[in-house]
Design a protein around this ligand. Structure first.
Ligand code: ZN
Length: 138
């Protein structure tokens, strides 16, 4: 099995889209172009799809009256994408973590703003005044 490296956003998006469901090659190219706001050439997609197919992460079948190839993830491919998204999710969490606080009362995440109040000499963060009030009651 060839090693698959997701080295750019085009590959990342292609896998993400296949994770949503089976897609035609041209659907992938068009959608990625829209998402990244740049022109994506078939040469960036088809060799990657071929490699994925060779590694048994995707299969291609036919769908529709024009008999175009449609690609879908195999169970191994789904696992691969889940792993990729998981890794990426960790990165996203690391990137936003410093700005993230939790409401001391209800535990919901406060991205910015919220309500700060001193309770017993300690400044605590709450999502709203009401949470601060009920926190102080207890
Ligand atoms: Zn709250």
């Amino acid at each position: 099995m060839a090693e698959i490296k997701v080295t750019n956003m085009v590959k990342f998006y292609a896998l993400g889209m296949l994770y949503e469901g089976p897609k035609h090659g041209y659907e992938i190219i068009k959608k990625i172009g829209e998402n990244l706001n740049k022109k994506v050439s078939p040469g960036q997609i088809y060799p990657f799809l071929a490699k994925l197919e060779k590694s048994k992460l995707i299969t291609s079948g036919k769908r529709g009256e024009r008999d175009k190839k449609v690609y879908s993830l195999t169970p191994a491919g789904k696992k691969f994408v889940q792993g990729m998204l998981h890794k990426f999710g960790d990165l996203v969490e690391l990137a936003i973590e410093p700005n993230l606080t939790k409401c001391a009362h209800c535990g919901c995440e406060i991205f910015k703003g919220g309500h700060r109040e001193k309770v017993k000499g300690k400044e605590l963060a709450f999502c709203c005044k009401h949470c601060a009030a009920s926190f102080k009651k207890h």
